[in-house]
Design a protein around this ligand. Structure first.
Ligand code: HEC
Ligand code: HEC
Ligand code: HEC
Ligand code: HEC
Ligand code: HEC
Ligand code: HEC
Length: 417
């Protein structure tokens, strides 16, 4: 069983290599040499300074109001950072090229000045440096303000998962095939050895030692490998094509930790209070920061998350919520038609939103999903004079209740412009 031995020793070697690589990258983080302290006490002091003063506008791995501070100590010299934190306007007004450019980039948002000592600032940087080395949670959805690229990251993750599975399964199948082949060879050899009327050449072949290289060069083996290879590629392509644009389960990280579970669940605020368009128009609308302010000018005013709402209102910048549901432009969907006329509940399409800490796309939003519901759902015709005549007409030639398909819900042009 040489084969297994080499396979497992390779595996062990790879694992060891990975572990040592990880260890060395951690070790690198701990080493100083750039004036930034590395001891635990300073780092945790820096953490509380950062959380008390900076998280309103900054995070390490993402843009909030100000830039992501990941690796800022590599971007800027230490004394520059110190002056900038003490008085950013002074640095900008001195004409510092980098500072002016950054200021413009952030729409001239003035960073607060902090009366911190060098030690205090260094401790904050120590904390930021440690955090910079960590991979952020949900890294795939990191570019929070950019729904499209987050979406792509999510999709490609699914595909690479699949490839991993396919590879592992393939490996197992290959090993099994090898074992079976080896067994067949043994049986045949035994059988042939008992035969006496063989010439020299045949004798040689039978007594030749089993060679892995020869096996892999043999025609049947090449054929099997080719077939497997083609099968995997085909399956991957088909699989990913079917999933292009389908985002079921998509739940991106939002710029503010807004929870439907708190607002629509615990406090039972009506969906319409925030999603003002749902009964009147095609779009449900995402509430503006002003609607949040109706309550949050008084509620939880000391919360870091709420401070982000204040920053948005003060800077007159909309909160950049990441869009969760997204039909392609070629399809037309209208909320008021479904909610107001059709009398459907939000939950039929969006799931139990009032229990969701983070909104997630429950339905697949595919054409088949729309059509299925139109085939099975009865038209809500009660108290709607517009439908009286249609219901009468329908009853003349059918005993079935009138469904959405009967009023044209399967016509291409109703959903496609
Ligand atoms: C009111 C919001 C706000 C607060 C609070 C704030 N910053 Fe900033 N910060 C900004 C903005 C906006 C910028 C971008 C430059 C500009 O517009 O002036 C910035 C830029 C920076 C930069 C330069 C980043 C780069 O990419 O070069 C550093 C470093 C920085 N801030 C550190 C801090 C630290 C540390 C704290 C807490 C002690 C803090 N900031 C608090 C808004 C803020
Ligand atoms: C207090 C205001 C508020 C209330 C009440 C509220 N929502 Fe929301 N809703 C938001 C905000 C803000 C967002 C955008 C941030 C997010 O996705 O979490 C949002 C996002 C959503 C989304 C995802 C939109 C997208 O991007 O595709 C759905 C679906 C939704 N809400 C449904 C509901 C339903 C159903 C209810 C009632 C059970 C409800 N909401 C109640 C504020 C509210
Ligand atoms: C009708 C009143 C109301 C509106 C409108 C409202 N909220 Fe709230 N919000 C609350 C209440 C009540 C709480 C719970 C406060 C508590 O836990 O003590 C809360 C809590 C929060 C929290 C958690 C804060 C924390 O640190 O625990 C966030 C974040 C939040 N709201 C964001 C928003 C956003 C964003 C909007 C606008 C889209 C919004 N809220 C609109 C009433 C409201
Ligand atoms: C028949 C299914 C259906 C029902 C019922 C429904 N929605 Fe939607 N909703 C959708 C679809 C589909 C989208 C995606 C629309 C798009 O991308 O154009 C969507 C998108 C949204 C969005 C994102 C912003 C927007 O306007 O596109 C919000 C918010 C939302 N729905 C809230 C609600 C609320 C609140 C209710 C209940 C009052 C509700 N929806 C009822 C299917 C539904
Ligand atoms: C949960 C069930 C349900 C789902 C899912 C659903 N619909 Fe509907 N749809 C209805 C009902 C009920 C009506 C009838 C409303 C009325 O009485 O006018 C309707 C009507 C329509 C109409 C008007 C049809 C006509 O002949 O007037 C269009 C267009 C439409 N839906 C598009 C969509 C699209 C696009 C999707 C998928 C993104 C979708 N619907 C998903 C239930 C659904
Ligand atoms: C009830 C609404 C509805 C009806 C009726 C409907 N479609 Fe669609 N169709 C959709 C939606 C929603 C999508 C987008 C689905 C997605 O992205 O997965 C779509 C996607 C498509 C696409 C795929 C486009 C692409 O880029 O993948 C084609 C083609 C299409 N529809 C053709 C038709 C034809 C032809 C008919 C009539 C026989 C029809 N549709 C009827 C809702 C509908």
């Amino acid at each position: 069983m040489m084969l297994f031995k080499t396979f497992f020793s390779r595996l062990a070697l790879t694992l060891m290599l990975m572990v040592s690589l990880m260890a060395s990258s951690i070790a690198q983080d701990a080493s100083g040499g750039d004036g930034i302290p590395t001891d635990e006490a300073t780092i945790s002091a820096g953490q509380s300074l950062f959380e008390d003063n900076c998280t309103v506008c900054h995070a390490v791995h993402e843009v909030v109001v100000g830039p992501a501070l990941k690796d800022v100590h590599e971007r800027r010299p230490l004394d520059w950072i110190q002056s900038f934190i003490r008085n950013s306007q002074k640095v900008i007004q001195s004409g510092d090229e980098y500072a002016v450019k950054l200021y413009e980039e952030y729409n001239k948002t003035e960073m607060t000045s902090f009366d911190f000592s060098n030690e205090e600032i260094n401790s904050i940087l120590a904390y930021i440096k440690v955090e910079s080395g960590k991979t952020p949670v949900a890294a795939a959805e990191e570019p929070a303000a950019d729904g499209a690229s987050a979406t792509q990251a999510g999709a490609s993750e699914g595909v690479s998962d699949f490839v991993m599975y396919a590879l592992v399964i393939n490996l197992v199948i290959l090993v099994l095939i090898l074992i079976v082949l080896a067994m067949i060879v043994r049986v045949l050899t035994k059988y042939l050895e008992q035969k006496s009327d063989l010439d020299v050449e045949d004798q040689e072949i039978i007594s030749a030692r089993f060679s892995l290289a020869a096996l892999f060069k043999s025609k049947p083996m090449i054929a099997i490998m080719t077939i497997l290879f083609v099968a995997v590629i085909t399956k991957t392509v088909i699989d990913s094509l079917f999933h292009v644009g389908v985002q079921q389960g998509y739940a991106p990280v939002q710029p503010i930790a807004f929870s439907h579970e708190i607002h629509a669940g615990q406090y039972d605020i009506d969906c319409n209070y925030c999603h003002t368009g749902v009964e009147k128009s095609k779009n449900a609308n995402i509430p503006s920061a002003n609607i949040c302010m109706n309550c949050h000018s008084a509620i939880k005013t000391d919360s870091d998350e709420i401070a982000k709402i204040y920053a948005a209102v003060e800077n007159n910048q909309p909160i950049e919520w990441v869009r969760v549901h997204n039909l392609p432009d070629l399809a037309y969907f209208n909320h008021s038609q479904h909610v107001k006329v059709g009398g459907l509940e939000c939950q039929q399409c969006h799931g139990e939103v009032e229990t969701m800490e983070v909104v997630r796309q429950e339905a697949p939003l595919t054409m088949g999903w729309c059509i299925d519901c139109h085939r099975t759902t009865e038209v809500n015709s009660k108290g709607n004079a517009y439908y009286d005549k249609l219901v009468e007409l329908h009853a003349e030639h059918s005993k079935e209740p009138m469904r959405v398909e009967d009023i044209g819900g399967l016509e291409c042009s109703k959903c496609h412009y």
